[in-house]
Design a protein around this ligand. Sequence first.
Ligand SMILES: [Zn+2]
Length: 189
Amino acid sequence: MRCPYCGSDESRVVDSRDSESGDAVRRRRECLECDRRYTTYERVEDVPLVVVKRDGREEMFARAKLLNGLLRACEKRSVDRERLERAVDEIETEVRQGGRDRVSTQEVGERALRALREIDKVAYVRFASVYRQFDDLEQFQRELARLEEAGADPLPGEEPLPGLDGTGLDGELEALVTERRHNVTRQTP
Ligand SMILES: [Zn+2]
């Protein structure tokens, strides 16, 4: 940190506290060369999160789009918006863990499914149906019944969700997290 008066980079911190907004640390420093004091601010850098599509194209992670997808899946279900916002927060935190700044669309989609499965099974099936493309009502009902049976048990490890091994689904997964339109199946048993 260079002294604004004499250019020396030797200083000592005489005071350190959070800024009023709480998003920065404010430090009073004293120059060891000229003894004058100045202030520095330390902020968390807003690190962008890149979503990598299967074809290698990259887009910025779209928080609002992911939330929108979850909201649509939960339409007419008694799920708080706040709960879904928290889920999006958790997903983002999880994928950023370890300082990662890129994530595959596949991973975002699967994490979203895991979150939804704990929140609301019907919403989970709707969300899944966006890219699983249930052929008919019967298939949709079977999936619901299967989930009913399985309950909201935690999914084993990091294995893909049942029936969601990812193959051939990437295009639709990408649509979930990066595109504007979401066609959530409205079928209900
Ligand atoms: Zn100085």
